[in-house]
Design a protein around this ligand. Structure first.
Ligand code: AMP
Ligand code: MN
Ligand code: MN
Ligand code: MN
Length: 289
């Protein structure tokens, strides 16, 4: 298990746990430093901080922004952001409005297909935050239209599928600027999930760096040794800092468990090197899973 996990979700976006259960679960798994990085919202951070203060856990204020670059979707994680920053909050308000508009279009598509039960359940599941595709996927499963998330995305929700609606998220340049203005570090999330060749990823990361991006996730939840090597090589070649994050959403997905992360190769520069970590944190405690 890793002492540090810099990417996870609560029910303020598409995770199923509230901050209390999430942080408890993290500490039970030996995580000492945790970033809560909900999609396009910082709404869970104050509640999470109150809980972290009572636990032996350092909370990093985080967020995961949905954005676009050259007409493709990417996720950028912001770490150590000031949630009260006005520029960041006005950016988040814009993303929330885009998300809401997309959810309305998606609901129309489900409704046209006679799937009002899915709409109803998805809205119930998203009670604390806004509707994400994860909520529609969980509703499709619960209503008996498919067996798992993979089927839900392949059949309905994935890019180009019947209930997919393209959202015009912020530009990547804007997302990075909002994070930097809020005093945070911008990290490209899960680089191996975008289905880009190494050449294209290098081009993306070169743009990302020029725009003020500081790091990329090298060790992600459930990553294969080959994908970890590929990301490590990207970090070496670009000189970007390396981050680690499980992308935990639900307790029933053990492969994305909190703190369940392969260690970073030793020659990489971890994003937390310049942070003031608490004395009780043993940074060598990054052992293989
Ligand atoms: P959204 O931000 O509403 O477009 O939803 C994106 C979220 O859907 C991601 O953050 C993942 O949590 C989830 N997701 C996307 N693709 C898949 C997939 N193939 N299987 C399971 N979850 C997925
Ligand atoms: Mn998600
Ligand atoms: Mn993501
Ligand atoms: Mn995520």
């Amino acid at each position: 298990m890793s002492f540090i996990d810099l990417h996870c979700h609560s029910y303020y976006s598409d995770g199923s746990l509230g901050p209390k259960d999430l942080l408890k679960r993290a500490t039970e798994r030996g995580v000492k430093v945790l970033a809560l990085t909900d999609h396009d919202t910082t709404d869970g951070l104050a509640e999470a901080q109150e809980i972290a203060d009572k636990l032996d856990l350092m909370l990093i204020n985080g967020v995961e922004l949905s954005c676009r670059h050259q007409s493709r979707d990417f996720h950028v994680v912001g770490l150590n952001i000031d949630p009260d920053n006005k520029t960041l909050q006005s950016g988040l308000a814009r993303l929330k409005a885009i998300r809401q508009e997309r959810a309305t279009s998606m609901r129309e598509k489900f409704s046209d297909r006679g799937l009002d039960d899915v709409n109803k359940r998805a809205c119930e599941l998203a009670h604390k935050g806004q509707l994400t595709r994860t909520h529609f996927a969980l509703a499709l499963i619960e209503c008996g239209y498919c067996h798992d998330m993979q089927q839900a995305f392949k059949g309905w929700l994935g890019h180009g599928k019947s209930c997919y609606v393209q959202a015009q998220w912020a530009e990547m340049a804007e997302a990075i600027a909002w994070i930097n203005e809020a005093g945070g570090q911008a990290i490209l999330a899960h680089p191996q999930r975008y289905k880009l060749t190494r050449t294209r990823l290098l081009r993306l990361l070169s743009d990302f760096r020029e725009l003020g991006g500081q790091g990329l996730e090298v060790s992600c939840g459930n990553i294969s040794p080959q994908a970890l090597d590929a990301s490590a090589s990207l970090a070496r070649e670009t000189g970007l800092l390396a981050s680690v994050g499980s992308d935990f959403h639900h307790p029933d997905r053990p492969w994305n468990e909190l703190g369940r992360l392969k260690p970073l190769p030793e020659d990489l520069k971890p994003v937390w090197n310049a942070w003031n970590l608490p004395d009780n944190v043993d940074t060598d405690l990054q052992v293989s899973v």
